[in-house]
Design a protein around this ligand. Structure first.
Ligand SMILES: Nc1ncnc2c1ncn2[C@@H]1O[C@H](COP(=O)(O)OP(=O)(O)OP(=O)(O)O)[C@@H](O)[C@H]1O
Length: 332
C-alpha cells in the first residue's frame, strides 16, 4: 500500500500544487488520479518516486517512509511511464527496455533476454527489437515505454498520461492491453489522466482531485458514478453518468435470438447486414455474453437495423438481441 498522509507540495514560487492530501493506494490494483488541468495529479504522482520532493506530510510504501531510503534506489524500484514514452532516441528498442536492469547490474545476457520477453508481453513484434524509437509508431513507442517500466519487475508502476498522445483507436488498444497485462502481473499501478472515461475504464479505484490537489472523492468507478460526493465530482463525471454506469451492470436477462439470414458472415464472423442491394451495411459494435449492459446498448444503437450481434470469444456470431430486450433489461 502507498499511503499519503497530509502531503503538501508548495513550489518555490508559492504555488500550492497539492494541499494536505491523505490517501491510501491499495497494492496490486490500478488507482487512477483524475481531475482538471493543474489540479496536482502529476505533482502527486511524482512525489511517490521523489522526482518531486514533497514540502510536508508523509508518503510511505508498505509502512516505510519513502524518505528513509536513497531517492535513486527508490526510483529504480518503481516503474515510470510518461506521455510520448520518453524513450532514449539513440538506443534501440531492446536497449531502451534493458536500461534499468543494466543500471541494477544484471548481466547483459539476462537483461536482454528479459527485454525480449517483455517485447512480446506488451504485444510488440520481436522484429522491432533492433529499431530505434523514431522508427516506431506512437502506439508502439508507448508499448516500449510500458515494457521499459516493467523490465526490473517493480512492485509499483507510475503512469503519467501514458496514452494521451495517440489516436483514439490506438488508445483503446493500449488500454485493453494494459488491463490484460495487469491481470497477469498484478502490479500496484498509479495512473494519471484528465479523461474520466479512461479513469472509469482502467481504475479499480479513482481519486478525483480538484485544483490545489484536494481530494474530492476516492472510490471504485461504479460508486463514483452512482454516488458522486459533491457537485464538483458530479460535474466532472458528467451529465451522462447514468449511461456510463451501465458499464458496471451485467445481465443475463437479454433474450438472444437465432442469427437472421440477412447477417452476412465470413467464417462465422459477422461482416455486415444485407439490405437488399449489392452493398452490405456495417454491423456496428458487437458484444459478448457476459459483457456489460453498456456494450449491449452500444451494439443495438450502432446497428443499422437495431439488432445487436452477440459473438463468442473468437468473434463468431452466436445470436442477436433486439432493442426491446435491452430496454427490458434496462428497466429491471
Ligand atoms: N515547477 C513548478 N513551479 C511552480 N508551479 C508548478 C510547477 N510545476 C507545476 N506547478 C503548478 O502546480 C499546479 C499543479 O500542477 P500539476 O502538473 O501537478 O497538475 P496536473 O493536474 O498534472 O495538470 P495537467 O493535467 O495540466 O498536466 C499547477 O498550478 C502548476 O502550474
Amino acid at each position: 500500500m502507498i499511503e499519503f498522509e497530509d502531503v503538501t507540495k508548495r513550489y518555490p514560487d508559492g504555488t500550492v500544487a497539492v494541499d494536505t492530501l491523505s490517501l491510501r493506494i491499495p497494492s496490486n490494483q490500478i488507482t487512477v488520479f483524475v481531475g482538471p488541468s493543474g489540479c496536482g495529479k502529476t505533482t502527486s504522482l511524482r512525489m511517490i518516486n521523489r522526482t518531486i520532493e514533497r514540502s510536508s506530510g508523509t508518503i510511505s510504501i508498505d509502512g516505510t517512509d519513502i524518505n528513509s531510503q536513497d531517492a535513486v534506489t527508490l526510483r529504480r524500484g518503481i516503474g515510470y511511464v510518461i506521455q510520448n514514452a520518453g524513450l532514449f532516441p539513440h538506443k534501440t528498442v531492446v536497449d531502451n527496455i534493458a536500461t534499468v536492469p543494466k543500471l541494477l547490474g544484471w548481466d547483459k545476457r539476462k537483461a536482454r533476454a528479459t527485454a525480449m520477453e517483455l517485447i512480446e508481453r506488451v504485444g510488440l513484434d520481436p522484429k522491432l527489437a533492433e529499431r530505434y524509437p523514431a522508427q516506431l509508431s506512437g502506439g508502439q513507442q508507448q508499448r516500449v515505454g510500458v515494457a521499459r517500466a516493467l523490465a526490473a519487475d517493480p512492485a509499483i508502476m507510475l503512469m503519467d498520461e501514458p496514452f494521451s498522445a495517440v489516436d483514439p483507436i490506438v488508445r483503446h488498444q493500449l488500454q485493453e492491453e494494459l488491463l490484460r497485462l495487469q491481470r497477469d502481473i498484478g502490479k500496484t499501478i498509479v495512473f494519471v489522466t484528465h479523461d474520466i472515461d479512461e479513469a472509469i475504464k482502467l481504475g479499480d479505484n479513482v481519486a478525483v482531485l480538484q485544483v490545489g490537489g484536494k481530494l474530492a472523492q476516492f472510490a471504485p468507478p461504479a460508486e463514483l458514478l452512482a454516488n458522486p460526493a459533491d457537485d464538483f465530482v458530479r460535474g466532472f463525471v458528467g451529465q451522462d453518468r447514468g449511461y456510463r454506469a451501465l458499464t458496471f451492470i451485467y445481465t443475463d436477462q437479454l433474450t438472444v435470438q437465432p442469427l437472421p439470414d440477412d447477417l452476412a458472415l465470413n467464417d462465422g464472423v459477422p461482416v455486415g447486414w444485407r439490405n437488399g442491394s449489392e452493398e452490405i451495411e456495417p454491423v456496428g459494435a458487437v458484444f459478448k455474453r457476459g459483457d456489460s449492459l453498456r456494450a449491449a446498448l452500444d451494439a443495438v444503437l450502432t446497428s443499422p437495423n437495431g439488432l445487436g450481434v452477440v459473438v463468442d470469444d473468437e468473434g463468431r456470431a452466436v445470436g442477436v438481441v433486439d432493442q426491446g430486450s435491452v430496454a427490458e433489461a434496462l428497466r429491471s
